[in-house]
Design a binder for this molecule. Structure first.
Ligand code: FES
Length: 139
C-alpha cells in the first residue's frame, strides 16, 4: 500500500501573518499646479514607508502597497489602512516628507485595537484632520 502525501495547506497571496496590517498609498495623485514630471507625492510617501519598514524588523507585521487611486484625488497624499476584523480607514492631505513616521506609529495603535478604532484623543493630529472615510470590517 502506498501512502499519499497530503499537500501543504494553500497559502495564497492573501496569506498574512496574524495581526497583519496593510497600508495602501495612492502613488498617482498630483497636487494641482505641480510639475507633471516630478515624482508624485504618494510615490515619495510610499518609498519612505517602505524604507522605514524594511529597516525595522519589529514592523514585519506591517505591509505597504502602492495603489493607483483611492478616489480622494484632490487631497494628496492619500492612504488607506486595513487589517483583519478591523475597520478600514482612508486619509488624505498627508505630507510626503513627514507623514511616514506618524503613519507607522498610528499603524501600531491601529493594530493594538481589536476593531481598528483608535480613540479620537489618541489619534495623531494628521489622522484626526485627514480622515476621509471609514468602512466596516468585511465579513
Ligand atoms: S489619484 Fe490618488 S486618490 Fe485618486
Amino acid at each position: 500500500m502506498t501512502t499519499a502525501t497530503q499537500p501543504a495547506p494553500a497559502t495564497g497571496p492573501t496569506a498574512e501573518p496574524p495581526g497583519a496590517i496593510r497600508l495602501m498609498v495612492c502613488t498617482t495623485c498630483r497636487a494641482s499646479g505641480a510639475d507633471p514630471d516630478a515624482p508624485r507625492p504618494g510615490a515619495r510617501l510610499h518609498a519612505a514607508l517602505e524604507d522605514a519598514i524594511a529597516a525595522d524588523p519589529a514592523l514585519a507585521h506591517l505591509s505597504v502597497e502602492p495603489v493607483e487611486c483611492l478616489s480622494v484625488c484632490k487631497r494628496p497624499c492619500t492612504v488607506a489602512i486595513s487589517g483583519p476584523d478591523r475597520w478600514t480607514y482612508v486619509y488624505g492631505d498627508l505630507d510626503p516628507d513627514t507623514a511616514a513616521a506618524t503613519l507607522i506609529g498610528f499603524a501600531g495603535q491601529y493594530r493594538a485595537t481589536g476593531d481598528g478604532i483608535v480613540t479620537w484623543r489618541e489619534r495623531p493630529d494628521i489622522i484626526r484632520k485627514g480622515v476621509v472615510a471609514r468602512i466596516p470590517p468585511l465579513r
